[in-house]
Design a protein around this ligand. Structure first.
Ligand SMILES: *Cc1c(COP(=O)(O)O)cnc(C)c1O
Length: 415
């Protein structure tokens, strides 16, 4: 693919140069049409049975994007009281919020109990704590299906090497704790990990989870978790995760489970990345070029404080180069192997390492693709840098500021 942003008219009636002039650099830019398309796809992971997709909002907590998810028929997963408050601000009713924390305090559990928000407990000790706080209450438990998956060991969240979930061998103890406090376990959930491109690990874990489900007698929902991948190598024509093929296989697995039950519980999933990654890009400016020991570096204002994924997980993000408002074609332009770096004092401050890109010049705009998930939500003020603004390109091509850039008052006002 020559240019993803061109192929979907990502910038609507404007272009990267104009956007940076108006809103400053660096800048997160989202596209409403792409976001809504992915949101709608995720509400159809299962169509044959009652199903709800919960947006895992840690991927992106901008209220404008949360509102869109709500309009597209999604519920939401929150990991913390802060995320619950953000969801409430975006208009989510409490019954559409599922609290899936781990290692939280009594105060944090009480916060959800007071709001009547269903909570999933991630360990026997947290279940015990919940029982003490909310005798006779309703809750869910997060199980470890024994199968994990993901793009990096740091994002595999099930299997043998993870802090998450209650292991199969401990399931019987769940019922002991539940009976001690009269708890009703109305839901079970899993999350195998993040960014699988084929459905196999997810389906294998789901089979295991549905097997465990037989032990629970009060289930109102079974939640299969998130992790659906997106094509980070789209410029090399990597194909998207096949939601329809996944649906067919998943529904076949559910059919087996449903045979033994008069009524199926509500099925759920918890996608984060799939919902918003491709609907967001990160723009930044090129300020310098140099060679060090024969290696070429392009210096930009996209520091690891703005996008941490490449330095944290060695993640790949495709890069498009824009010049004078138009994309520099990777098909016809001259090429150079360069590392694109940010402005933070760390050697790991890289967006890409030794990659062949169109020859970049000072003044060009770097457009980092697939930055809508775990981009802004993982931003920091490291090096006392300001977090960028976020803008939305609406379906009609117009542009709207959806979060202002940090100011120096924001930075200094806490002391
Ligand atoms: C992060 C997370 C998700 C979402 O993962 P994605 O890979 O972004 O889809 C879902 N469920 C839980 C419990 C999570 O921690």
């Amino acid at each position: 693919m020559e240019s993803f942003t061109k192929s979907v008219n990502f910038f609507g009636n404007t272009n990267p140069d104009e956007l940076l002039k108006e809103y400053g650099s660096p800048l997160y830019v989202y596209n409403e049409s792409v976001l809504r398309d992915r949101m709608t796809k995720m509400t159809k992971v299962v169509t044959k049975y009652p199903f709800t997709a919960n947006f895992s909002v840690k991927a992106n907590t901008n209220p404008s994007i949360l509102k869109m998810a709500l309009e597209c028929g999604m519920n939401a997963d929150a990991m913390s009281p802060g995320e619950i408050l953000t969801l409430e601000k975006a208009g989510f009713p409490r019954e559409k919020i599922f609290f899936v924390p781990n290692n939280v305090s009594a105060e944090e559990l009480q916060f959800a109990i007071d709001r009547n928000i269903i909570t999933s407990l991630d360990s026997l000790s947290q279940l015990e704590l919940f029982g003490k706080l909310n005798k006779g209450g309703r809750c869910a438990v997060r199980l470890n299906p024994g199968v994990g998956a993901g793009h990096h060991e740091k994002v595999v969240t099930a299997g043998k090497n993870t802090k998450f979930g209650i292991a199969e061998g401990d399931i019987d103890q769940i019922f002991e704790v539940a009976s001690k406090y009269d708890l009703h376990i109305v839901g079970i959930n899993q999350h195998v990990g993040s960014l699988y491109m084929t459905a196999e690990p997810f389906l294998k874990a789901t089979k295991a989870l549905l097997g465990f489900a037989e032990k629970f007698t009060e289930l109102e929902f079974i939640d299969f978790g998130g992790g659906f991948g997106i094509p980070y190598h789209k410029l090399a024509d990597e194909q998207a995760f096949d939601v329809e093929a996944c649906r067919e296989q998943l529904e076949a697995i559910i059919d087996e489970y449903a045979k033994g039950h008069d009524k199926t519980p509500l099925f759920k999933s918890e996608p984060g990345r799939f919902v918003c990654a491709e609907g967001g890009v990160l723009l930044g400016q090129v300020y310098s070029k140099k060679h060090n020991a024969e290696k070429a570096y392009v210096g930009t204002d996209i520091g690891m404080n703005v996008l941490v994924r490449p330095s944290m997980y060695d993640s790949w993000h495709d890069i498009e180069v824009y010049r004078n408002g138009d994309v520099v074609s990777p098909l016809t332009s001259e090429k150079e192997t360069v590392s694109v770096t940010g402005n933070i004092c760390e050697s790991g401050d890289l967006i890409c390492k030794e990659r062949e890109l169109p020859v970049i010049e000072e003044g060009d705009v770097i457009c980092v693709l697939d930055a809508g998930a775990y981009g802004y939500s993982m931003c920091s003020n490291y090096n006392s840098r300001l977090r960028p603004a976020e803008v939305m390109v609406m379906a009609d091509g117009s542009t709207k500021l959806i979060r202002r850039r940090d100011t120096y008052e924001d930075l200094l006002g806490r002391f």
